[in-house]
Design a binder for this molecule. Structure first.
Ligand code: DHB
Ligand code: FE
Length: 283
């Protein structure tokens, strides 16, 4: 059977992708950011997932104000890196496990979570940066070492889904993966965050104490984390801190009890607090 073995929480700051693509990761500004991902890449090499179920948000790239799906599941054969204004990132096309994606669509929708099905979609930094960070640099002619099922969550335009809805959706995704007959090692990524605000008077806001508490809750008390309200994210973590609800989809797909095998937190990278956690299921 397919099994969820671990979850990864990871920032998606676009400048991290630029630093990798332009080869400046050893510069003093970036060195401590990437130092904290060395262990993650070693862990990933040992983990060898067959499939990464990657929860991320699109930043007005594949979607715009004309169409705002709350939860959009990638069911296409592949997803090209999008041109976000300075050309597509020089990273591989993302290949799907289409049969598992279709099975998840069937299972989760019949479980009463009404997903949007994407049979064509390009992916932006929200997806490609966590892939680069966790798997290392791979060029356009290369392949990612895993298949990827993307789930795009709307956290750009209110109303965004609640943390609790994301957590419950994670549980439904877990039920779907658990019921898939092929023997597959699946790792779930929850991406985005942590505290950051990109505009207006509080631009540059970072709240390290709050972020660290959120990381603690990810490991120890996900149910409490799922009850955090939108207003608290806004007030404490800035307007873009709401991206953290996507980590709750990942956490919902894991067991109640997990082992934290790695944590990395660094301020700042671009306008953002970089946060990262690796949680393993014990079973
Ligand atoms: C930054 C962070 C984001 O999450 C994003 O989507 C764009 C920019 C930043 O810190 O610059
Ligand atoms: Fe973002």
């Amino acid at each position: 059977m397919a099994r969820v073995t671990a979850g990864v929480g990871c920032s998606h700051v676009p400048a991290i992708g630029v630093a990798m693509d332009t080869g400046i990761t050893e510069q003093p500004y970036w060195q401590p950011v990437f130092e904290g991902f060395k262990k993650s890449r070693e862990w990933m090499k040992e983990q060898k997932p067959d499939v990464v179920f990657l929860v991320y948000n699109d930043h007005c790239t594949a979607f715009d104000a004309s169409c705002i799906p709350t939860f959009a599941l990638g069911c296409a054969a592949e997803f090209k890196p999008a041109d976000e204004g300075w050309g597509p990132r020089p990273v591989p096309v993302v290949k799907n496990h289409q049969k598992l994606a279709s099975h998840i669509a069937q299972s989760v929708i019949l479980d009463e979570f009404d997903l949007t099905i994407m049979n064509e979609m390009e992916v932006d930094h929200g997806l490609t940066v966590p892939m680069s960070v966790m798997f290392g640099q791979h060029g356009v002619d290369d392949e990612w070492p895993t298949l990827v099922i993307p789930l795009a969550v709307n956290v750009v335009q209110y109303p965004a889904p609640t943390g609790n809805r994301c957590y419950q959706l994670g549980k439904a995704i877990r039920r779907a993966i658990d019921s898939y007959p092929e023997d597959l090692n699946v790792v779930v990524f929850g991406t985005g965050g942590m505290s950051h605000q990109l505009q207006y008077k509080r631009a540059g806001l970072i709240n390290a104490d709050w972020d660290q508490r959120f990381l603690d809750l990810m490991t120890e008390d996900p149910k409490a984390a799922s009850q955090i309200q939108h207003l608290e994210y806004l007030r404490e973590t800035g307007s873009e801190g709401i991206e953290m609800v996507m980590w709750l989809v990942m956490r919902g797909a894991l067991d109640e009890d997990v082992t934290e095998v790695h944590r990395h937190y660094h301020v700042p990278a671009s306008n953002t607090a970089v946060g990262h956690i690796i949680l393993e299921n014990q079973t």
